[in-house]
Design a protein around this ligand. Structure first.
Ligand code: FCB
Length: 454
């Protein structure tokens, strides 16, 4: 380690699932529940993405690595009261098993790998960067190249260092500069090994959470406040803030600025790769005359689609649809099939969202997340087929879709839902960490192997 700077729903699911995916936000909350030089080694240049359709899986650092002890989420999972069903603990131990995961993904047939690097490990104290952890991620990136996977790296997938949260997170006016410092360090050391990068994962998650699940009710606020107060107390702070559950009015403009600066840092080199932003985009479908669908789409996605204009591409992340009537969101139709995360089984939603994103911004699109929580793998296969079918039609209509990343390779830590929701193509034994591919893994991997494009 060296020191750079000393100064430096109403129709949702079960209790506690406050932050399980962008959509697993809970009604219960609403009810008050509480070495390297930066130069890629010869022969290990990043797989170029131009002209290649990327078939991959997506993950985040916190959800698979395990023991992310310097992060704000680790603290939130372990304080009392907490909204988390269980702590992340060892997760999938991918911090040690990244090579096995890359080999597995490549063996299944994928040519790309989306994952996160963990800011809390890389900069465990303000301005103190860990060379050893940067080296770790150099090795992770190299293992992708070794197995022929193009790495798409997420800089920030919801978790932040504890010190950053304890200073108010993105509610702090200094946060854009702090994020930029991190992004510059990452660009210098890891940039030459990246095939693509994104700044924030689902930057608009706060908007979705408020709109769908009424996080602004007194009961919801009390539940979140109790947990964040406990985090503040544990870290000696009077303004501990979480990226998902904080005050949007104070944080969003700072996040937009942090994103803008991070894009510039990544584009400045020494790497040379496309940079994007991922947005949680569920298909918004209007029901009835004078429904509010279009206003809702503007509210949920508009500002962040604007922020993506500085990017090379948009990452679209879709799991279901949201039906909107004249008063606001409606529950799924009677009798509709629900996924294990409580929302409607509606794989064709992604066809609508890529069209919407393309119309609004006119940039190339990667589907950076799409998937289903289920214990019945045959429904995952059906979901994949439905989604790919919808994407094929969109592509035939001229939408510039450059890749599909399925959430997720492994059954992993699904935020407040803990390990109860299974989004993986591959099962993970919670004690031995042994990975066992499900039939859906062979199904999607087989498609990836056979098809050069959708
Ligand atoms: C998305 C999140 C991802 C995962 C999936 C199920 O909203 O980006 O981390 O939780 O949902």
């Amino acid at each position: 380690m060296h020191n750079d700077d000393h100064n430096e729903g109403q129709h949702a699911v079960t209790r506690r699932h406050v932050v399980s995916g962008s959509l697993g936000l809970t009604a219960a909350l609403a009810a008050g529940a509480v070495g390297a030089t930066g130069t890629a080694p010869a022969g290990k240049r990043p797989v170029p993405v131009a002209g290649t359709f990327l078939w991959g899986t997506a993950s985040s650092a916190h959800q698979i690595e395990g023991n992310n002890v310097n992060s704000d989420f680790w603290l939130a999972e372990t304080v009392k009261p907490t909204l988390f069903r269980e702590p992340s603990g060892d997760a999938c131990d991918s911090y040690h098993r990244y090579e096995e995961d890359a080999a597995l993904a490549a063996g299944l047939g994928f040519n790309a790998h989306r994952f996160g690097i963990e800011w809390a490990r890389i900069e465990p104290e303000p301005g103190r960067f860990s060379e050893a952890e940067l080296d770790h991620y150099v090795r992770v990136l190299e293992s992708c190249h070794k197995h022929g996977l193009a790495p798409m790296v997420t800089l920030s997938h919801w978790t932040v260092p504890r010190w950053f949260a304890a200073r108010g997170g993105f509610e702090n006016a200094e946060s854009p500069a702090q994020f930029e410092r991190f992004a510059k360090k990452v660009a210098e050391r890891l940039g030459p090994l990246m095939s693509a990068a994104t700044t924030f994962n689902e930057c608009n998650i706060g908007r979705l959470a408020q709109f769908l699940f009424h996080l602004d009710t007194p009961e919801a606020k009390a539940g979140v406040k109790a947990m964040l107060d406990a985090c503040a107390k544990a870290s000696g702070s009077d303004r501990f803030a979480n990226v998902l559950l904080g005050d949007l009015a104070k944080s969003e403009a700072n996040m937009v600025e942090a994103h803008r600066r991070a894009v510039a840092a990544l584009k400045a080199g020494p790497g040379d790769f496309p940079v994007g932003l991922t947005i949680s985009m569920q298909a918004i479908e209007g029901v009835g005359d004078s429904n509010k669908a279009s206003a809702v789409a503007d509210l949920l996605y508009g500002p962040w689609l604007d922020a993506a204009k500085v990017c090379d591409f948009v990452g679209v992340q879709t799991y279901t649809r949201i039906r909107v009537g004249t008063e606001g969101p409606l529950p799924p139709p009677d009798g509709a099939e629900k996924t294990g995360a409580g929302y409607e089984f509606y794989p064709q939603a992604v066809g609508n969202t890529v069209r919407f994103a393309a119309e609004r911004i006119g940039k190339p699109i990667y589907v950076t997340e799409n998937g289903i929580a289920t214990d019945d793998d045959t429904r995952r296969v059906a979901y994949i087929d439905g989604a790919l079918n919808a994407l094929q039609k969109a592509k035939a209509d001229g939408i510039d879709i450059r890749g599909y990343f399925h959430w997720s390779l492994l059954d992993n830590f699904e935020w407040t839902a803990g390990y109860s929701q299974k989004f993986g193509l591959v099962a993970v034994d919670r004690k031995t960490f042994v990975r066992t591919p499900k039939p859906s893994a062979r199904h999607l991997g087989g498609i990836a192997k056979q098809r050069r494009s959708l």
